[in-house]
Design a protein around this ligand. Sequence first.
Ligand SMILES: NC(=O)c1ccc[n+]([C@@H]2O[C@H](COP(=O)([O-])OP(=O)(O)OC[C@H]3O[C@@H](n4cnc5c(N)ncnc54)[C@H](O)[C@@H]3O)[C@@H](O)[C@H]2O)c1
Ligand SMILES: N[C@H](CO)Cc1c[nH]c[nH+]1
Ligand SMILES: [Zn+2]
Length: 422
Amino acid sequence: MKITRITDKKVSLRRTIDTGTEEQRKIVQSIISTVRSDGDKALFSYTETFDKVSLSSLKVTEEEFTAAYEELDNELVEIIREAAANIRSFHEKQKRESWFSYNDEGTMLGQKITALDAVGVYVPGGTAAYPSSVLMNVIPAQVAGVKRIVITSPPNQQGTLPAGVLVAAKELGIAEIYKVGGAQAIAALAYGTETIAAVDKIMGPGNIFVALAKREVFGIVDIDMIAGPSEIVVLSDETARANEIAADLLSQAEHDKNSSSILVTTSMNQAEEVKLEVEKQVATLPRKEIAKASVDTYGHIYVTDDLETAIAVVNELAPEHLEVLTENPLAILNDLKHAGAIFLGRYSSEPVGDYFAGPNHVLPTNGTARFSSPLNVDDFMKKSSIISYSEKAFTNNYEKIAKLARLEGLEAHARALEERRK
Ligand SMILES: NC(=O)c1ccc[n+]([C@@H]2O[C@H](COP(=O)([O-])OP(=O)(O)OC[C@H]3O[C@@H](n4cnc5c(N)ncnc54)[C@H](O)[C@@H]3O)[C@@H](O)[C@H]2O)c1
Ligand SMILES: N[C@H](CO)Cc1c[nH]c[nH+]1
Ligand SMILES: [Zn+2]
C-alpha cells in the first residue's frame, strides 16, 4: 500500500465511476429488446449462453428449498434468523406513517404513505452470492409493507442457487425466486415475461451488465442505486492497533479487485506498521488474489499532521464504510459529514455491520455518500399529497389563486376556480 503524507485540507481524491463501454451498452440494449420480444424463451437462451446451464424451469422449486436446508448447518440457520431479527428491528424504527393536518378554515392537508406494490431484488451470482444481501434488501421491503417481493439470481452449474441464498429467502417467506441473472433478469423484472410478472422497482447490485441494464430500464421502473465496488476508510490515531486496522481494510478488499481500502491516520509509525500487516495478512487469505489486486491498485494510506486534516480527507472521500478508531470516536462524530455507515470504536469492526448489527449494508459508494443514504424503508414507499379544501378556505383564497394563474398566462386554471363561484 502506498503511503502519502497530506498537509492540505483541500485535497481532491475522488474516483471515477465505471459507466461501461459502448460495446457493453449495445449488448445490454440488445438483451433487453430480445427479452421484451421473446419473453421466457430469451431468458432460457441467455442463461445457456452466459451461465452455461440449460434449465427446464425458471422458478425455484420446493425441492430446491428443501435441499438447501439439508445442505446448511442448523446453527447457521439460527444465525440467519438472529441477524434477520436485528435487521428487522432496526428497519422498523425507520417506518414513517401518513399524516394529516387541519386548520381553522376546515382545510385538511396531508401526506399519505403507500408501500410499492411489487419489487424485484437482484442477487448477484458467482462468488458474490450473499445471503446477507437477501436479508438487507428484502427486510426493509417487508417492513414498508410491499406485498410482492421477487428475487432473481443467476443459476450455478448445477442449475440451482446457493443454499445460503435460498435459506435466507425462505426464512423471510419469499416464494418467488427465479434463476436468471444479468441484463436479461433486469429486463424481465422491468417488462415482464410469461413467467415473471413486471415489478415497480428493482433493487440490488451486480456486475457492469446488471448496472447498465438498471440504467436502461430506469423510468419504466424505479431503481435503488448503481452500487459500485465495496469501500472502506479507517480513520485512526496512534491509539489504534495496526493488526486490527489491516484486518478491517482487507475485509472489504476481498470483495472485488476494484474495491478500495484506505487508511487515514495521524501517525506515520502506525501507517508503516499497517502497510506491513496488510502484506502479511493478505498472503493468508483464501481470496488473496482479489484482495491483493484491490490493495495494490486502490489501497492507500494517507498520513496527516492532525486529526482535523484527517477528518477533511475522510469527508472528501465520502466512503461507503467509515471506521473511526481514534481515542474518542464520539467526540468527532459531528465533524464526519459524508459516509454511508460510520463504525465507532474498536468493537465495531465493519463486518459487524455487513451481517448482524441491524443497519443496512447496501450503502452509497464512489463518493455518493455526499448526497445519498443507505438503503432504507423509505426506498420501498412513496408519498401522495392530500389536499382537501373547505368551502370557507376556497372562498377566502380563490381570487388570489386565480391571479397567480393569470400571472402565468393560464386562463383555464383561473376559470376552473371561478366556475365554482358563478
Ligand atoms: N455493493 C454490494 O453490496 C455488492 C454485493 C454483492 C456483489 N456486488 C458486486 O456484484 C458483482 C457480481 O458480479 P458477478 O459477475 O459475479 O455476478 P452478476 O450476477 O452480477 O452477473 C452475472 C451475470 O452477468 C451476465 N454476463 C456475464 N458476462 C456477460 C457478457 N459477456 N455479456 C452479457 N452478460 C454477461 C450473465 O447474464 C450472468 O448471469 C461484483 O461486481 C460485486 O462486487 C456488490
Ligand atoms: N460489504 C458489502 C457492502 O459493501 C456487503 C457484504 C455482504 N457480505 C459481506 N459484505
Ligand atoms: Zn462486506
